[in-house]
Design a protein around this ligand. Structure first.
Ligand code: ATP
Length: 331
């Protein structure tokens, strides 16, 4: 049986990045290591997320080891998706590796799946575990924004601005597919910031007929371009399928553009760097306060701590309100 007794003091913490990479993960890593250093705790970094935890790929990190990474996109620790970690046997091996390295607390930087794994690691093996929301999808509650979302949306908006130039020159309709398989936050914010006519997201149902009517009305009102943002994955045939169905029996001149993985990369924006710094520091502070099984986040500029379970089961952020705003302004 694992020893579930908590250590009296925290001496060594492990940090990993997990799930999809997101800009700002390095800023958070740097902050975790330096905040731990300031609190006289030692740190180990785990390569490639839970996969590296199972393979025992841990190495000591000190304040100097995280120099020069703040401005880098991706994650210098590497990340991975691990099927073995989803099994009790896999987590048992991972926990053994952590114990052998003298680890008593873990900071997990990742998305909702990573938080679910983090909860099990704490429940089953007694490590104090704190999460940091690191995903471009913004699909965790307990924070207004997740790390990487701001950078990803800025990348999408930059691409949309360029597409708008050519769309307006040709009087064209564009369907732009952005990331967000199960969450439409990137589509919503890039639609709002890029002046789209409609955004199609998994959170809300829509009909081809009404999108077609909206687009035709926009052109009839004198618009020289129309942009429809489509969140990836939710629709049959993706943005290409949507485009075919929406333009059916019209003579609309349309093109489809899929932004793809470029949305994940690039230097983190100021917002993601500052968020990474704040959340990395807050994660260490939470551990020092004896917290466990919580995620740190930022809401209305305040640091908040949310039990893991709530981060993927509830969400009180006003997605619908912003969708309504986008709709009212698209005229
Ligand atoms: P993103 O939002 O960028 O996709 P994520 O953290 O949600 O990030 P996932 O692939 O869902 O990405 O999860 C990352 C890893 O966390 C998985 O590869 C797996 O090892 C672990 N994990 C996910 N869900 C669970 C679960 N229910 N139980 C145990 N481990 C899990």
């Amino acid at each position: 049986m694992p020893d579930l007794k908590r250590p009296a003091a925290l001496n060594r913490l492990a940090v990993l990045t997990s799930g999809g990479d997101s800009p700002g993960m390095n800023a958070a890593l740097r902050a975790v290591v330096r905040a731990a250093d300031a609190a006289q705790m030692s740190c180990v970094g785990i390569a490639d997320g839970y996969k590296g935890m199972i393979d025992g790929r841990l190495k000591p990190l000190d304040a100097r080891d995280v120099s020069g990474i703040l401005q880098l996109g991706g994650t210098v620790l590497g990340t991975a998706r691990s099927t073995r970690f989803r099994t009790p046997e896999g987590r048992e091996i991972a926990a053994k590796n952590l114990r052998n390295a003298g680890v008593d607390a873990v900071v997990v930087i990742g998305g909702d799946g990573s938080m679910q794994g983090a909860k099990l690691l704490s429940e089953e093996h007694g490590f104090a575990v704190v999460g940091i929301p690191g995903t471009i999808d913004n699909d965790l509650s307990g924070t207004d924004f997740t790390l990487g979302f701001d950078t990803a949306v800025n990348t999408a908006v930059d691409a949309m601005d360029k597409i708008r130039d050519t769309a307006a020159s040709h009087n064209r309709l564009f369907f732009i597919e952005v990331m967000g398989r199960h969450a439409g936050w990137i589509a919503l914010y890039s639609g709002l910031a890029g002046g789209a006519t409609a955004v199609l997201v998994p959170e809300s149902s829509w009909e081809e007929d009404s999108i077609r009517a909206k687009v035709l009305e926009s052109f009839a009102l004198g618009k020289r371009f129309c942009i429809v943002v489509v969140a990836e994955g939710g629709e049959e045939g993706g943005a290409f399928g949507v485009a075919r169905r929406v333009t059916h029996e019209t003579d609309l001149d349309y093109r489809v553009s899929t932004l793809g993985h470029m949305q994940r990369g690039g230097a983190p924006t100021m917002r993601d760097r500052v968020l990474g710094a704040r959340l990395g520091d807050a994660a260490v502070a939470a551990l020092l306060d004896g917290e466990d099984q919580i995620m740190v986040g930022e809401r209305r500029l305040e640091i908040v701590r949310t039990p893991f379970e709530e981060t993927w089961t509830t969400d009180d952020r006003d997605f619908a309100g912003l969708l309504g705003l986008m709709d009212r302004l698209a005229r």
